[in-house]
Design a protein around this ligand. Sequence first.
Ligand code: UTP
Length: 292
Amino acid sequence: MQVRKAVIPAAGLGTRFLPITKAVPKELLPIIDRPMLQYVVEEAAEAGVEEIIVVTSRGKESIASYFQPRPELEDRLAGSGASDLLESIQYVSSLAHVSFVIQEEPLGLGHAVLTASDAVGDEPFVVILPDDVVDHRPGVISQMLDVASKFQGGVIAVEQVPWETIHNYGVVDAEERDTRTHFIKQLVEKPAREDAPSNLSIVGRYILPAEIFDCLERTPPGAKGEIQLTDGIQLLLEQHDVYAYEFLGTRYDGGTPMGLLRASLEFGMAREDTGDEIRALIRELANDLSDD
Ligand code: UTP
């Protein structure tokens, strides 16, 4: 299955990262030297996505700047022979065509996706949340496209979480159909431990048909006045098969300071240019702790 377009919602308030998100969009916070947003753009491009639609908000103009060329900086880097750096700043714009739509108010993830409906049009598309960062090759979207092709339906990424934390998550009620793949009967938001139909929690990757837009139009706002994507998908289930897929790879919660710190350390350890130094740093810190 080929999907041409990806929607990346990036218009949230990022309150769990205040005060930094007062001035810097959460989606631009770095893992080592690249913003979280870039990792998900790379994941989409790897899966064959050609067009990225970033949903952003007023005051987050730096997100668009990140994708624009910087001719003076490029000339300077070229002039000083810093070809690696030059490549690194040109790379992100070479991955896919990136466009932006504005969500005027942060009225929820479902509302953010609905804001992109004209830009997506009448074709299946993927939604990727930039603060769910997953380290794996092939990427999660590539893995999910294989599932979408095989089962001819929508796909939501899920992962198993400890049962005692289940009340924090959106969970799927689903029947296993294949290795790591489950047919979704319904979605349950933040269930109590005893009511939870599974411990498969929803992660920020979705392959959805264009019918989701009509469902989101019909989705009433929830408690905080927000339109939830899971409520829209619940309506979609009445007319469309959707599967939950337990992806391969480790997910980091880049939406919280501790999650981003962990991602930075683990990605840094895996990188050739930073791995040795980061391992040495962690050993040094661990020694300091054991001396205490
Ligand atoms: P989160 O649920 O993490 O919300 O959104 P948030 O506002 O970014 O962060 P907190 O909870 O206040 O700390 C997941 C993704 O959906 C986007 C966010 O930008 C983030 O990438 N989003 C969320 C929107 O685009 N619009 C919204 O109205 C809400």
